[in-house]
Ligand binder design. Structure first.
Ligand code: ATP
Ligand code: MG
Length: 404
C-alpha cells in the first residue's frame, strides 16, 4: 500500500531568494487540486515535496498532481527505517510492483525475467555503509528472494532508487513525468485575447505554464454571432481554469465597433483595423486590471492577419508587450497540444466568432501603417474604445470540482 508520493519541481529550485515564495505558491496550487482528499499532507523535504496520502488512492492523486504547473515528476515511494533490512524489504516491494507493472504493459521481451539495478544516494554520511556497499547488499538479497530478476547496471528495465536520509530511507522505482513549468501565480497578470478558435486557448495554456495569472478577453458581436459562440468561449475559459485555477473572462460587446468599421473603412483593411481596435480596447482593459502584457494565438503566416506586415501594423497601436507563444508553431503541433490540454473538441465546434462575420473577399495580407491609419481616419477611436470598455462584462471561472 503506497503511503507517500514524492513530487519534484525543477526550475523553482534555481530561483535563489524567491524560492520559498515559489514553494509556497506551488504548495497552495497542489492543495487546490487535491480537494477530494482533505486528509493529504504536503511537506517540503530537501528541495522536493512529500505527499503523505493517508489512504488516498495514489494513482488518482498522482494524476491530479501531474497537471499542476511547476511539478516536474512524481514517484510513489516507500519510506523505510534506517537499516539494511528495512531497505531490502522496501526495495523488494518496489521491485515486485514494478515487475507486475512491466508485465502488464508488455515491458520485458522475456516475461519471465526482469532486469534491474539499485542506485543509492547517501545524503546521510553517518550511515555505516557506503553507497556501493548498500547497492550490492540490497541487489544480492533481492536476487535470492524474488524470482525472475537479473542485475543489469547498463540498461536495466527498472531502476530502484534508494536514498539514505538522516532519519529514514526513501525507496522508489518509477518517475512519472508531470507537466513542468512554473506555478501559476508566480508571475504577473496577463490578458489573453481568447477567440473561439484552436490557437488562443493553447497560447493561454502556454502562458499559464510560465506561471502567469491569466485573465481572458473576448470580443463578441451579438447578434451577428450567436449565444452559442459565447458559450464556447466560456467553455474554453473553463478548460483553462481547470489547469490554472481562477480565470476571469472579460467579454467586450464589440458589435458597435464592427458596424462602424464596416461603415467607414475600406473593405480590404477591415480585418487589420478590427485587430487594431481589439488591441486598443484590450490595452484599456489591461490598464484597469493591472495586466502587464497581452497574449494572442498568432502564428506567423497562418492567415492574412498574421503576416509580419500585418502583425507590425496591428502591434503599432499598443505599448504593452504582446506575447505570442505560438508564433513559430506549426498548426499540426498546435492541434496536438489543444487535444492534450482538452480544448480541441470545443474549439472545433462550428459556431463562428466575430471575425468570420465581416470577412472581406480580398483582405490585404501586407498592409502598411500609412494606409491603415488613413483607413481609420473616419473612426472616432477614443469614443469607440471608451464605450466598448464600459460595455464589458466579467465572469469568473474556477477549477472544476465536479470530480469529487
Ligand atoms: P484562434 O484559433 O486563436 O482563433 P486564428 O488562427 O483563428 O486563431 P485569428 O482569427 O486571425 O487566428 O486570430 C488571431 C488572434 O487574435 C487569436 O489567436 C486571438 O488571440 C485574437 N482574436 C481573434 N478573434 C478574437 C476575438 N473575437 N476575441 C478575442 N481575441 C480574438
Ligand atoms: Mg480565430
Amino acid at each position: 500500500m503506497i503511503q507517500h508520493i514524492l513530487a519534484r519541481y525543477g526550475e523553482i529550485s534555481l530561483k535563489g531568494k524567491n524560492r520559498s515564495e515559489f514553494e509556497r505558491i506551488l504548495l497552495r496550487n497542489m492543495r487546490a487540486v487535491l480537494y477530494s482528499w482533505p486528509q493529504i499532507q504536503l511537506e517540503r523535504s530537501g528541495g522536493r515535496i512529500m505527499v503523505t496520502l493517508h489512504e488516498a488512492p495514489w494513482r488518482d492523486v498522482a494524476e491530479r498532481l501531474s497537471r499542476v504547473f511547476g511539478v516536474v515528476s512524481l514517484s510513489p515511494i516507500e519510506v523505510a527505517p534506517l537499516s539494511l533490512q528495512g531497505m531490502i524489504d522496501a526495495a523488494a516491494e518496489v521491485l515486485v510492483r514494478e515487475q507486475e507493472q512491466a508485465f502488464v504493459s508488455g515491458g520485458p521481451q522475456d516475461p519471465s525475467v526482469l532486469s534491474f539495478k539499485i542506485e543509492v544516494r547517501r545524503p546521510n554520511k553517518g550511515f555505516p555503509m557506503t553507497s556501493p556497499e548498500i547497492a550490492a547488499a540490497i541487489g544480492e538479497r533481492l536476487l535470492n528472494a524474488v524470482p525472475g530478476l537479473q542485475v543489469n547496471v547498463h540498461t536495466p528495465q527498472v531502476v530502484v532508487y534508494v536514498e539514505v536520509r538522516n532519519h529514514e530511507t526513501f525507496i522508489y522505482g518509477v518517475k512519472v513525468p508531470a507537466v513542468g513549468g512554473l506555478p501559476v501565480g508566480s508571475a504577473a497578470k496577463v490578458g489573453l485575447l481568447l477567440s473561439g478558435g484552436i490557437d488562443s486557448p493553447v497560447a493561454g495554456w502556454l502562458s499559464l505554464k510560465r506561471g502567469v495569472t491569466l485573465e481572458c478577453i473576448h470580443f463578441h458581436s451579438y447578434p451577428f454571432t450567436s449565444e452559442r459562440a459565447l458559450q464556447k468561449v466560456e467553455d474554453l475559459t473553463q478548460v483553462l481554469a481547470n489547469w490554472g485555477g481562477r480565470v476571469r473572462l472579460h467579454t467586450v460587446h464589440f458589435t458597435e465597433v464592427q458596424i462602424d468599421i464596416h461603415k467607414y473603412c475600406p473593405e480590404n483593411l477591415e480585418i487589420t483595423v478590427m485587430r487594431r481596435m481589439m488591441l486598443r480596447i484590450a490595452e484599456e482593459i489591461a490598464q484597469r486590471n493591472h495586466w502587464l502584457a497581452l497574449v494572442t494565438g498568432d502564428s506567423l503566416g497562418q492567415v492574412a492577419s498574421q503576416t509580419l506586415e500585418s502583425i507590425h501594423v496591428i502591434n503599432a497601436v499598443t505599448r504593452l508587450p504582446v506575447l505570442r507563444p505560438l508564433i513559430s508553431e506549426d498548426k499540426v503541433d498546435i492541434m496536438a497540444k489543444a487535444r492534450m490540454i482538452g480544448s480541441y473538441e470545443t474549439s472545433i465546434l462550428p459556431y463562428e466568432d466575430c471575425c468570420t462575420v465581416f470577412v472581406p473577399k480580398n483582405p490585404r495580407t501586407r498592409p502598411t501603417l500609412a494606409e491603415t491609419e488613413r483607413a481609420e481616419s473616419n473612426l472616432d477611436i477614443p469614443r469607440l474604445v471608451a464605450e466598448a470598455a464600459e460595455r464589458t462584462t466579467v465572469k469568473t471561472f474556477f477549477l472544476d470540482r465536479s470530480e469529487v
